[in-house]
Design a protein around this ligand. Sequence first.
Ligand code: UT7
Length: 353
Amino acid sequence: MSAGDRHPRPESAARAALAPARPAPLGVRIAGTGSAVPDRRMTNADFEKILDTNDEWIRQRTGIRERRRVDTEKGESTRTLCVDALRRALDEARTDGADLDLVIVATVTGEMLCPSVACRVAAEVGAAGAGAFDVTAACSGFVYAMNIAYELMRGGTYRCVGVIGCDTMSTIIDYKDRGVSILFGDAAGAAVLRPTDDLSKGLLAQAMHADGSGWKDLYLPRAARDFPEGVEADPAKYCKLQMNGREVFKFAVRTFGEVIQQTLDQVGLQPDDVDHYVCHQSNARILEASRERFGVPEEKLYVNIDRYGNSSAGSVPLCFDELRKAGRIKDGDVVMLVAFGGGLTWASSLWRV
Ligand code: UT7
C-alpha cells in the first residue's frame, strides 16, 4: 500500500463514492398473475359466413376452433384488457397499484403511440407516478418485457413491477383476408414481480433477438412508403396486418428450436430439466414441430390456441396464467417462456418460480 493510499485525497474519496454500486444478489418471484379476454367469441363457423374458408381447413392448418374479439363499441380495447389483467395479477399478489413502481406493457395494438398504453394503465390501477413504458416486439413482446423487468429489478431500483402482454389483433386485421384473419384473437396477461430473499428464484437465462431484414414477412403499413419493394402500395391495407404466412412458419420452426437450445446451453440444462414450456401460441403445427424436436412430453407444453387463436403479445402470459390457475406450476418449477414474431423478433426467458 502506498502512502497516497493510506491518506486518500478528498477528491479521490469523492470519486470512490461515485463508483457504480455492484447490485446485491437478488431473487425475483412472480407474486401474482392475471389475464383477461373479451367475452365475444368468433368461431370458425363465423368465418365460414364471411369468407371462402371452412372449419376443417382452419383446424387442420392452425389448430384453432375459436378466438376472442373486443367489442370496441362497448369501449373494450388493449388498454381495458391490460387494466383487467393487471388488477387480477395485483389481487393474486395481495397488493394494489399503489405498490407498483414500474409498469411495462408489451403491445403493438395500443390506441395511440403517445401516450404509451402503460402510462394510462398505470394511472387506472392507482400507480400514477410509477415509471411506465411500452415495449414493441410484436408476439415476442411479453418475453422481452419480462427480461427487461428482471434486469431493472436486479439493479435494486424497482421493487414491484407489473409486466403486461396484450394485443387486440382484431383491431388491425382485414376480415376479408382469409390467410391472416382466421389466425388471430385478442387477449391480455400480466405478472407482478417482487424481490425475494430466496436467491434460487428468478431469471436463470434469457435471449432476445431480432432480424429486421425479415420485416416484410409481418408488418403493419401506415403509408405508401411502408410497403416492401415489389408490393403495390394500397391504402385499403393501411393499418391492416400484412403477413407472409409460409415464410413466418419456416422462421418460427427454426428459431423456436434454436432459442430454446441457446437458453438451455447458457445454464447447462437439458430439455428435460424444464417443467413447463410456455410458448407463443402461433399455430398448433409450429408448437407440435418444436415439441417433437426436443422430445418434450405433451404435458410439458401448454396449448390453448384452440380456444384463443394467436393473441400476439397476449399469448404467453395468458398461457402462463392459465397454467398457474390450474395449479400446474409448483414452487421451484423451471419455466421456459418462448416467443417469436414481427420484426422479425424472437426471445426466451427461463425462470425458476
Ligand atoms: O405469431 C406470429 C405470426 N404468424 C404466424 O405464426 C403464422 C405462421 N404461419 C401460419 O400459421 C400458416 O402459414 C397459415 C395458417 C397462416 C397458413 O397455412 P399454410 O399451410 O402455410 O397455408 P398457405 O398459406 O401455404 O396456403 C395454402 C392454401 C392456399 O391455396 P392454394 O394457393 O394452394 O390454392 C391458400 O390460398 O390454402 C389457402 N388458404 C385458405 N384456404 C381456406 C389460405 N388461407 C385459407 C383459409 N381457408 N383461411
